[in-house]
Design a protein around this ligand. Structure first.
Ligand code: CTP
Length: 426
């Protein structure tokens, strides 16, 4: 998929209502509006009266190309107080203050934004931003829990610098990040339901670097996007997420996730096996190098001279995924641990990508495998992906008896949602 409107698996332009609460992060909503309009969507901005203290109506009108109002008393003959909410395909409130969430929870309808949310039947995504104390206050947490129980998506705030000198959870996630999560909530309703509360999920992401000397390595083209998307969706679904990240593009840290950085396959193995001891689910989305140089030079290898490198001797790296399955079998990892693998396949003259993936699934012994057909410019580094989810409901060793479910093309967040939905129960 290349055209803009098709990003996040949406081929038709959506009518998106962007609600803006009265917090300092209101300026970031300007980028969020841009994120949607650049993808061809029709945006109506509905700020609260106090949001206009931070960013004026002219900015919202110019960016969205639509009139802006805060009150139910404008355009009365057009019944605007119900029309905007009824017509919206998606409502995104960013930033949402503690006060705005309290009003939404109470079902108030005393301004255009709350009235619109009250009539909406489309997905509603709320991105809170406030000081840590306000976020952690039981009153706010109770409001968040109630809104979530009604099917509204309340995103976890990011951790980081807040308005003053303080820092902690309460920061508005970056606008592109909110935009992608919101479009995923539209494309896959229920993607952020709270089914993973109390579940400990380890996700590995990105590629490994296998060092030749202090400045050179063998690496691969993994961007880390799929692993980050998995960590993101799992965390938004309430899981306790530990992300073990190798080399990736510059991606936003999933809100609430603990992150360990590693470089080589051997470091990844140690970190993953350690983390798996205290996990319910391990998802191996990392692109692990199969081989590493047999020797790592302590100083930079030089052209010419005796040390000149003409042939790189390689040794095989351990298979971390198969190793986890083995450790579980040996009783060294919890029996109930669910282990998920990936298979990136090109296919060849003998077999299709899916046939390769089915054999790989049996070879690795994991509980669930996400298979992609890859190639130049396909899947690696892209926003979207597609493929098949493979499970073995009958414990068969025949590739043809495996269960294969197709995962339709969609944003990697949506693919992550499909993977998490397919986790086998223990
Ligand atoms: N994997 C792993 N350790 C390795 C290689 C791969 O844990 N040394 C994991 C990956 O994280 C992924 C799965 O195994 O979940 C399949 O990875 P892939 O590279 O497709 O398979 P390989 O085992 O390397 O097989 P091949 O390269 O022959 O296709």
């Amino acid at each position: 998929m290349t055209d803009n409107a098709s990003k996040n698996n949406t081929s038709k332009p959506l009518r998106i209502l962007v609600g803006v609460g009265g917090g300092i992060a209101a300026f970031k909503a300007a980028h969020l509006v841009r994120y949607f309009t650049e993808r061809g969507h029709n945006v109506h901005v509905v700020p609260t009266e106090s949001a206009l203290n931070f960013v004026g109506a002219a900015t919202w009108e110019a960016l969205s190309g639509n009139p802006v109002s805060t009150t139910v008393w404008d355009d009365v003959s057009g019944v605007q107080h119900v029309r905007l909410g009824q017509e919206a395909d998606l409502i995104v409130v960013a930033p949402a203050t503690a006060d705005l969430m309290a009003r939404l929870r109470m079902g108030r309808a005393d301004d255009l934004l709350t009235a619109s949310c009250l009539v909406a039947t489309c997905p509603v995504v709320i991105a809170p931003a406030m000081h840590t104390e306000m976020w952690e206050n039981p009153a706010t947490q109770d409001n968040v829990a109630t809104l979530r129980s009604r099917g509204i998506t309340v995103l976890e705030p990011a951790h980081g610098r807040l308005t003053g000198k303080d820092s902690g959870p309460g920061r508005l996630p970056e606008p592109d990040h909110i935009g992608a999560l919101a479009l995923a909530a539209h494309a896959q309703p229920g993607i952020f339901h709270q089914d993973l509360v109390g579940t400990r999920v380890v996700v590995t992401a990105g590629g490994t670097h296998e060092e030749l000397d202090p400045v050179r390595f063998l690496g691969n083209a993994s961007s880390g996007r799929q692993g980050y998307a998995l960590a993101d969706v799992a965390a938004q679904r309430g899981a306790d997420v530990h992300l073990i990240a190798g080399h990736t593009e510059d991606l936003p840290t999933p809100s609430g996730a603990r992150v360990t950085r590693i470089s080589s396959a051997l470091e990844l193995k140690d970190a993953t096996e350690q983390a798996a001891r205290e996990a319910d689910v391990v998802i191996m989305a990392a692109a692990v190098a199969d081989y590493r140089p047999a020797q790592q030079a302590d100083s930079k290898l030089k052209k010419g001279g005796e040390d000149q490198l003409e042939v790189i001797e390689l040794v095989e790296n351990p298979d971390i995924l198969a190793g986890l399955v083995e450790l579980r079998r040996a009783g060294e990892l919890p029996e109930g641990l669910r282990i998920v693998g990936f298979a990136a396949e090109t296919g060849d003259s003998e077999s299709t990508p899916l046939e390769h993936a089915q054999r790989k699934f049996l070879r690795k012994g994991c509980d669930l495998l996400m298979a992609n057909a890859v190639g130049r410019g396909k899947v690696f580094g892209q926003e979207d992906s597609a493929g098949w989810l493979i499970t073995n409901p009958f414990g068969s060793d025949n590739p043809e008896a495996l269960e294969v479910r197709e995962v339709p093309a969609g944003h990697k967040l949506e693919v992550a949602g499909a993977i998490l939905n397919a986790l086998p129960n223990t």
